[in-house]
Design a protein around this ligand. Structure first.
Ligand code: ADP
Ligand code: MG
Length: 147
């Protein structure tokens, strides 16, 4: 069993692929962090908890997908934190705990359909993370461990 999955790494620049037009920003992990993911974690949309540096812990949705830049042989892992930040946090350390799976990767006929699906994922994540069995990870020591 791979979940919950604990992961920490630097936030790097992605390719701005869509997320700015979508209004849904995704913090990308470096290639090294992505390579260290267990190979049996399948692509798709997940939910969990996230913390930037030594900041507060917030709900998040996460996409594990194929990275077209690397001709789809490399995965990309992108975290959308359900919180409004005052500033970008490139170069900072992002800590996440992935606690559950929402759905597989999907293609959409339109941008509107994609945005609707993501908004739906965010609502789903918010609700699921209120369950006691998921809430406990918000207070996990992992988020308070400096390394
Ligand atoms: P990129 O292609 O560089 O990942 P994005 O448009 O996806 O560009 O923006 C991601 C960046 O936005 C993150 O690396 C982070 O610095 C910043 N950011 C601001 N708010 C958030 C948020 N709520 N969730 C994720 N990233 C955010
Ligand atoms: Mg991104």
């Amino acid at each position: 069993k791979t979940l919950p999955y604990f992961c920490r790494g630097e936030v790097v620049r992605g390719f701005g692929r869509g997320s700015k037009e979508l209004g849904i920003r995704t913090a990308n992990f470096s290639e090294g962090v992505v390579d260290s993911f267990p190979s049996d974690i399948s692509t798709g949309i997940y939910y969990g908890w996230a913390c930037v540096g030594s900041g507060d812990v917030h709900k998040m949705v996460l996409s594990i997908g194929w990275n077209p830049y690397y001709k789809n042989v490399k995965k990309s892992v992108e975290t959308h934190i359900i919180h409004t930040f005052k500033e970008d946090f490139y170069g900072e350390i992002l800590s996440i705990i992935i606690v559950g799976y929402i759905r597989p990767e999907q293609n959409f006929d339109s941008l509107d359909a994609l945005i609707a699906a993501i908004q739906h994922d965010i609502e789903e994540a918010k609700n699921l993370l209120d369950l006691p069995e998921h809430q406990k990870f918000k207070d996990d020591n992992f988020f308070h461990t400096v390394n």
